[in-house]
Design a protein around this ligand. Structure first.
Ligand code: BEZ
Length: 237
């Protein structure tokens, strides 16, 4: 068999059903995604326990856990380490590490042990050009129906931007709730993009100002979406 064929791995894609697995975690066993039915979840991998970039990431993510929960989203971490390593590392973080004003940080979201690499392989988190033994920094956003909605990968050496993960989550919830799209760097309260004109007539109407839209051209129209309406709908605030 050709080497190229041997190296082929299947990786889940946006729009796929999240591959199912049962795993041991620091919070007990989980069945994914069924345990998270009705909620959003973020399944993310990191290269290894007791490493500095990962430690900074875990402290940041744990300190934002309540913010994600308020957006109906649970966090689940994974690395190719065993349960006792995970427990020891999380204890070290809580007892010893102070970083950017964060200290005594307790990581209470589940951290999956994946010594067998079963889950990491299923999700394409092992990318051998980067490392054959450590997972890259992968992030899978899974919606309440168990569908993968976004995937982000970072290399081993760069910590993720957790504000961006939160922004992406809220943006997806907003596009679902209001049937709109979100432009570059969108934040709650910014204008949103309306679906493209589906006919010449609609394109003409839009350019003649017959709809309450701001059209740069017929294919690029935005509208206001009130910040409080988004917060009420998405965060139920
Ligand atoms: C880190 O988390 O610090 C790290 C892990 C693997 C490779 C490089 C950095």
């Amino acid at each position: 068999m050709e080497q190229e064929t041997l190296n082929q791995v299947s990786m889940p894609r946006i729009g796929d059903k999240a591959p199912e697995f049962t795993a041991v975690t620091t919070q007990g066993n989980i069945n994914f995604p069924s345990d998270y039915s009705g909620k959003w979840s973020i399944l993310f991998s990191h290269p290894a326990d007791f490493t500095p970039v990962c430690t900074s990431e875990f402290m940041t993510f744990a300190s934002m856990q309540e913010q994600f929960r308020e957006a109906n989203c649970e966090l689940i971490g994974l690395s190719i380490d065993g349960l006792y390593s995970h427990i020891a590392w999380l204890r070290s973080i809580k007892d010893k590490i102070e970083y950017k004003g964060m200290k005594n940080v307790e990581v209470t979201f589940p951290l999956i042990e994946d010594i067998t690499m079963e889950v990491a392989t299923k999700y394409g988190m092992i990318q051998p050009g980067e490392s054959a033994t450590q997972a890259v920094r992968a992030v899978f956003f899974v919606d309440p129906q168990g569908i993968i909605r976004a995937i982000i990968y970072y290399p081993l050496s760069i910590g993720r931007n957790f504000d961006e993960l939160y922004r992406a989550l809220i943006a997806m919830q907003t596009t679902d709730a209001f049937g709109v799209a979100c432009p570059a760097d969108w934040q709650v309260g910014d204008d949103v993009i309306v679906p493209p004109a589906g006919s010449c007539g609609t394109a003409k109407d839009r350019m003649e100002g017959k709809e309450d839209l701001d059209c740069k051209d017929w294919y690029f129209c935005t509208k206001k979406l009130d910040k409080d309406l988004v917060l009420d709908t998405v965060l139920k605030k």
